[in-house]
Design a protein around this ligand. Structure first.
Ligand SMILES: Cc1ncc(COP(=O)(O)O)c(C=O)c1O
Length: 301
């Protein structure tokens, strides 16, 4: 078993400097912990380069803005810290987790005076799902929790509080022998899984839910662009569970899952499509080209 995340070797960038991994602690009475005033990112490192680093940092700033605070570090500082951390942690392929949260100055709903803390951790990370499963396909179960209406939660962000229903849904699916959960939105349309977007192959076209109440993933946007370059039609639309009954294939997209085939949703079996393999190939080639292009810029500091 891997060692727990609070007891590892190495360094974490914490409020502007590198501290020993086990010293990167916060006080029990932190607003981010009690009231979920916390935002984060998940970035993947390929060959020492963070894929779509700018897009992730922009989204971190956006998430903080929506939660009513500004990050105390600018983009350049965060990028320099990330590059140094990857080097210090000797990561070739791995994961980067920037996080920002309100501290302890006030400990009630109002937290106007609280310091904003910011940290970045990075670690070597294998596939989210078993690599064999990524092509063969994972099994999803519909969740009972639904993605909320944008007027009831900051749905365009990676705010920690949004993940409460994701953990509940994933635990429920795992308990029932599935790999993950597929969440509907507040109106009963298909939304996304607990940490990734979803696509369906229907009659040689890609169909994917409109991201009107959940994260418009960076990988999702990239896959749509790649599909269009390959002349594969892409339809962003509202999809009810009955609309996918005749889908040939389905797959998830996300920084963690990359592109992972879905073999089954709650008893609905997909036979698979060569389109999924074409997109995986195109995505891998795109990642490799991105890394070559950004290697010098990201590793210069
Ligand atoms: C809830 C949720 N949806 C979708 C995604 C996919 O987003 P991205 O492709 O930007 O990683 C993620 C991962 O960040 C997520 O946590």
């Amino acid at each position: 078993m891997l060692s727990p995340f609070d007891n590892r070797q190495g360094f974490i960038w914490y409020n502007g400097s590198f501290v020993a991994w086990t010293d990167a602690t916060l006080h029990l009475l932190s607003h981010g912990l009690h009231y979920a005033s916390c935002v984060f990112e998940g970035e993947r490192v390929y060959d020492g380069v963070v894929f779509k680093l700018h897009e992730h940092t922009q989204r971190l700033h956006h998430s903080a803005d929506v939660l009513g605070f500004s990050l105390p570090y600018d983009t350049e500082t965060l990028h320099r810290a990330t590059a140094q951390l990857i080097k210090k942690q000797k990561i070739t392929n791995g994961y980067v987790r920037p996080v920002a949260w309100r501290g302890s100055e006030m400990m009630a709903i109002s937290a106007q005076q609280n310091r904003i803390h910011c940290a970045i951790a990075a670690w070597v990370w294998p596939s989210y799902f078993d690599p064999n499963l990524r092509k063969k396909g994972i099994r999803l179960q519909y969740a009972t929790w639904r993605r909320p209406h944008p007027s009831t939660a900051p749905t365009s962000t990676k705010a920690a509080g949004l993940y409460m229903i994701c953990t509940l849904s994933k635990h429920h699916a795992e308990k029932n022998g599935y790999d993950d959960a597929l969440m509907l939105d507040h109106q009963g349309y298909i939304a996304e899984s607990t940490g990734a977007n979803i696509f369906f192959v229907i009659d040689d076209a890609l169909h994917t839910p409109e991201p009107d109440c959940f994260l418009d993933g960076i990988t999702r946007q990239c896959v749509i662009q790649l599909a269009r370059q390959l002349n594969i039609p892409v339809l962003e639309r509202k999809l009810k569970p009955e609309d996918i009954k005749n889908a040939q294939a389905a797959f998830l997209t996300g920084t963690a899952v990359e592109i992972t085939a879905v073999a089954e949703i709650d008893g609905l079996i997909f036979k698979g499509s060569p389109l999924t393999d074409r997109l995986i190939e195109a995505f891998n080639a795109h990642v490799a080209a991105y890394c070559t292009q950004h290697k010098n810029e990201q590793t210069a500091s």
